[in-house]
Write a protein that binds this ligand. Structure first.
Ligand code: H2U
Ligand code: ZN
Length: 358
């Protein structure tokens, strides 16, 4: 299952196991040459406006509900004006035969990463990216004092449903453990009970230096997981046991900032366009325990297979199980080259627009 030299035949269709979600997926790597007459993704260009008067996230602008953003100078957080979870949701419970429902309390926040409309994480320097890590951490600690599950995430690009190119993410926090959290909690708990080790630390040890490693240092491993479902999916894992973002040390935060900017520059270089993705952190539930079984990690789920062709999770994927068209090893080879050759000089060091004063 290791990487193949160029020109060797593609491996036959096979299934791979995802030990985190305890699910299988189908790998059929010889299908990428099939004719494609379907939808072509447009290739968005890099947004060059440092300030966009029509953007609802830029400093001083008016949002959809009429609120005015402050003239913020680094990061800015507000409660989502169209929140999917609310703290005042009244209690409700229904159990009627096979019909079951329960109320859910929570909150949703929008987190702006920079006042600059054009400063995506891939164009940030390490200092600017470190601010985002600290923001994720502070927000997680604050929301974790009230809610059990804190989901930090970012949708980037119209292909992943992002509403606006202004660099921003979201946090949804709630009382229940959602599906992915419950699966990862169960699998990690079982592995820890059986071995005394964190599942993802055992996985990181097995992958280090291998054909799916993209990047790494003493503190982090960046890898295309063996069980990746999305074409250029990656997983970021700290090298020591860490349950939650606020547990990361200053050194780990700095090196995370560097790994993040390198990875995202590599993604942008892969198809010479701002690379769309959904990313997010899976940290232990904030349930008042140490959760030694849980290893903090980030998932990046980018949809693009080629520059203008996206992977659709439809048909077989929806009805049977996920399927992928290039092997994780091929994707890792290409992404690793892009990350290694991506230039840090692409970074924008100013937090202010070119025409703004100090
Ligand atoms: P994306 O991360 O998918 O771009 O979503 C941004 C969020 O911003 C979205 O959930 C919210 C939307 O509800 N939003 C506001 O809260 N206020 C606005 O003025 C527009 C968008
Ligand atoms: Zn903006």
């Amino acid at each position: 299952m290791n990487g193949r030299a160029a020109g060797q035949p593609q491996p036959q269709p096979h299934r791979r196991y995802n030990p985190l979600t305890e699910e299988w997926l189908l790998v059929s790597a010889d299908r990428t040459s099939r004719p494609w007459l379907g939808r072509k993704e447009s290739t968005p260009s890099i947004d060059s406006l440092a300030y966009d008067p029509s953007c609802y996230l830029c400093p001083g602008n008016i949002r959809a509900n009429g609120a005015t953003n402050p003239q913020y100078e680094s990061t800015f957080v507000f409660t989502n004006d169209f929140a999917a979870l609310r703290p005042d949701s009244p209690h409700m419970s229904l159990q009627d035969g096979l019909l079951k429902a329960e109320s859910e309390r929570g909150t949703c926040r929008v987190i702006c990463f920079s006042p600059r409309h054009d400063l995506s994480i891939s164009r940030m320097n390490a200092t600017q990216a470190r601010r985002i890590v600290d923001l994720w951490s502070d927000q997680s600690a604050e929301l974790g004092s009230e809610f059990r599950w804190v989901q930090v995430f970012e949708n980037r690009g119209a292909a992943m449903g992002a509403s606006n190119p202004h660099p921003h993410g979201q946090i949804w926090a709630g009382e229940a453990l959602p599906r992915e959290a419950a699966r990862e909690d169960a699998s990690q708990r079982r592995h820890y009970a059986a071995t005394g080790h964190q599942l993802l630390l055992d996985y990181a040890a097995q992958e280090s230096g291998g054909p799916r490693e993209i990047d790494g240092d003493d503190d982090w491993l960046v890898v295309v997981p063996f069980w990746a479902a999305w074409p250029f999916e990656t997983l970021l894992i700290p090298r020591r046991p860490v349950a939650r973002i606020p547990d990361l040390t200053g050194v780990e935060r700095d090196s995370l900032a560097r790994r993040l900017t390198s990875l995202l520059r590599g993604y942008d270089d892969l198809f010479s366009q701002p690379f769309p993705y959904s990313m997010g952190w899976h940290q232990a539930p904030f349930d008042g325990t140490d959760s030694p079984h849980w290893q903090l990690h980030a998932h990046f789920y980018p949809p693009l297979l080629r520059a203008t062709v996206r992977k659709f999770m439809v048909g077989y994927e929806l009805l049977s199980e996920p399927q992928r068209d290039i092997t994780a090893e091929d994707a890792a080879d290409r992404l690793r080259s892009a990350v290694k050759s991506a230039s840090p000089s692409a970074a924008i060091s100013s937090d202010r627009g070119p025409n703004e004063g100090a």
